[in-house]
Design a protein around this ligand. Structure first.
Ligand code: AHG
Ligand code: MN
Ligand code: MN
Length: 335
């Protein structure tokens, strides 16, 4: 029987043999994985420990926080603040960055996360997850401030997501392809279950919240009309549609069997381009999808090239199978 590879072993190989990541980044990723494991256990206990339901507070996006949003945020903060690898953290659930407390040593990395993605699915027992992104604090900076986080996604050193579904998975990139680890919930170990994940270039599956179609701009309306027109339409293909409403679950399906995921900008809030957040949702997912051979744009430009201007900035997202993302992007050029 082939020998199983643990997450630690996988990362040590990236550090020692391939010299791709420094030891501090490896340790940081192990701590993030440990926090995801804890979140997975909290999610798994569900109603037994009273973690379901609303927290009774709102986040900076004006969204009602669920108890698990808050628990997951605190779990990630507590796990990561003392290790000495980080300069600061930023999260969907916190208005401003969280500096590492003075009582702990500080490192050179910045960690950003969506602690609990897919909050509307918590109480209905559908897959949810955690998304994270690692940047480096710019050189010469001793006190990390919000603007130090505002780096394009192409600067990411690592990114990943955990899916809390039928099994708990961790999908990770350090810029050398994408690997997937499955949590053995009895022993608490992460094991490599898929290396070199690859998104098929073509697809017959799309994901979009079609209930918003009346708000979409013309290019998206035209593109989705062509997708739904099927074999006798201009794309000459019958497409299938899936929408979990947890980005992690939708993206994981696409990482596994291809597809295109879309959350476009629409007419409702002209000053907010789309619903998803650039820094801790779109950027890490775009990095992962590109590392698996797929594409990711905002309909016009590559997501990883966007220069962020705000920590909680929103962005339109089209990501997944490369040829389909190119096609969706072409509709925005009027072609
Ligand atoms: P979050 O729970 O972190 O706020 O993210 C939810 C996001 C994303 O996971 C999902 O793709 C999208 O919201 C679903 O939006 P709709 O409810 O509009 O379908
Ligand atoms: Mn989210
Ligand atoms: Mn969230």
């Amino acid at each position: 029987m082939a020998k199983q590879i643990s997450l630690s072993q996988y990362l040590i190989e990236k550090q020692r043999e391939k010299n791709l990541i420094p030891a501090e980044l490896r340790l940081l990723l192990e701590v993030v994985a440990r926090a995801c494991k804890r979140i997975s256990y909290a999610v798994g206990k569900g109603a037994l420990t009273g973690v379901l339901g609303a927290a009774g507070s709102d986040n900076i996006q004006g969204e009602a926080q669920q108890k698990l949003d808050v628990i997951a945020n605190e779990t990630l903060l507590e796990a990561n603040e003392w290790g000495g690898h980080l300069a600061a953290m930023a999260s969907e659930e916190m208005d401003h960055p969280y500096p590492i407390p003075n009582r702990y040593p500080k490192g050179e990395f910045l960690l950003l996360f969506d602690p609990l993605d897919g909050s509307s699915n918590i109480d209905v027992n559908v897959s949810i997850g955690t998304i994270f992104s690692v940047l480096r604090l710019p050189e010469g900076v001793s006190e990390p401030l919000e603007h130090h986080f505002l780096q394009p996604g192409s600067n990411q050193l690592a990114a990943g997501y955990a899916v809390y579904g039928p099994s708990t998975l961790l999908v990770l990139t350090v810029g050398d392809g994408v690997a997937c680890f499955t949590l053995d919930r009895e022993t608490g170990s992460w094991w490599l279950t898929c290396d070199g994940m690859s998104v098929p270039e073509d697809t017959k599956e799309y994901a979009i919240n079609a209930s918003n179609s009346r708000h979409w701009f013309e290019p998206v309306q035209r593109y989705v009309a062509d997708l739904t027109a099927g074999k006798t339409g201009p794309l000459a293909k019958d497409y299938n549609m899936r929408w979990v409403a947890s980005m992690v679950a939708d993206v994981h399906r696409i990482m596994t069997r291809g597809g295109i995921f879309m959350y476009p900008a629409d007419r409702r809030e002209p000053d907010k381009p789309g619903k998803l957040r650039l820094m801790y949702e779109a950027n890490p997912m775009a990095f992962l999808v590109e590392q698996a051979g797929g594409g990711a744009t905002n309909g016009r430009e590559r997501i990883l090239d966007i220069q962020p201007t705000k920590l909680h900035e929103r962005v339109a997202v089209f990501l997944g199978s490369k040829n389909e993302v190119v096609r969706a992007t072409r509709y925005h050029e009027g072609g």
